[in-house]
Design a protein around this ligand. Sequence first.
Ligand SMILES: [Zn+2]
Length: 434
Amino acid sequence: MMTSVLFQRARVIDPRNGVDGIRDVLVTDGRVAQVSEAVLPAPKDARVVDATGKWVVPGFIDLHVHLREPGEEGKETVLTGCRAAVAGGFTGVVAMPNTKVVNDSALVTELVLSRARDAALCHVYPAGAITKGLKGEELSEAGELVGAGCVALTDDGRPVMNAALMRRVLQYATLFDVPVMVHEEDLTLSAGGAMHEGATSTRLGLRGIPASAEVAMVARDLVLLEETKGRLHVAHVSCEGSVRLIREAKKRGLRVTCEVAPHHFTLDDRAVGDYDTHAKMAPPLRADADVKALREALVDGTVDAIATDHAPHGVSDKQVEFEKGINGIVGLETALGLTLALVHEGVLTPRRAVELLSEGPARVFGLPGGHLAPGSPADITVVSPGEEWTVDAHRFYSRSRNTPFHGRTLKGRVTQTWVGGRCVFEDGQLKESR
Ligand SMILES: [Zn+2]
């Protein structure tokens, strides 16, 4: 059994600890032992990884993943979702509770955690439902959920339309110091809509979802947040208006954080093209001005994390008329390449890109990892930043193939993923211990 690993001549990017430069990294017994500017001697039993030209960065953490188990194992399971995660460089994922038995109890939380232990690939952090059965009527037992291991509360997939209930959960969650994560969509404004309301929806003759469906709910929840002194995390921010409100609330010291999904900073509503259901998601792809605003917010710190909203669906869910197409795309295996596109375009620095994928999400949900200080868990992603590859959905480790990025050439790929000092993915292959 190998107990140490030495990464040689890596470009180590560790935003929290202010490191960006060529270093050797020594891992011993599952933890980072040393990050050194000087060349380190290899211990006798060590595996030596020549990381010349590569980035060695804190393992990525995805705050927003749908693993579909229990209930929709044909789309994804905890195991296949973890495979997709480590193939995408993620060493930790937060599992959304809108499974087909909703995670609103310790029983379901424990089931997800036990499947994750069996998979033994990456960390899985369940999120528990805000309301029982996601019905928006009655609060679930937050204490029980957090006690069982939930790291956040969310009804993701649905908004909490009842403002009084939202106010109560913001208050209640402060007892457990977990964030309340919100899918912002005023259903009375989005009703009947299939895509962003704009020139493209008019051309295609589709009912639109106005930006206000999101922005009005963000405004409401910031008002409630200020009153309750709670902790709010806004999922998949898609509009300029939301960004402006969150930026202003942060300036005033409110405890609000937010995430943006790669598809929202990469594509605008024109990607719907000719009724392409692979461009259908909630919130929808927005206007060009919104994409610009999201990119600015990624740069200036308004956005805390890039999260994929990995949403696996079967072929039959997408091979239907646009209006009937189900929302969502898979994202774990394309997130790095799409994020690095912003680096190659000069929008983000490498350091900021790494921060948005690792340190930022760890901080937002208070998760371990996200940095490489000596003593921290050796959750490490090795990136080949200039390597070009073409997305082939048929080769995804995810059980689902629903992506608008099939055939797109991306620059930058994950060459190794290490979790707790164990290599779980290398050169396109999984290293499963099972
Ligand atoms: Zn959502």
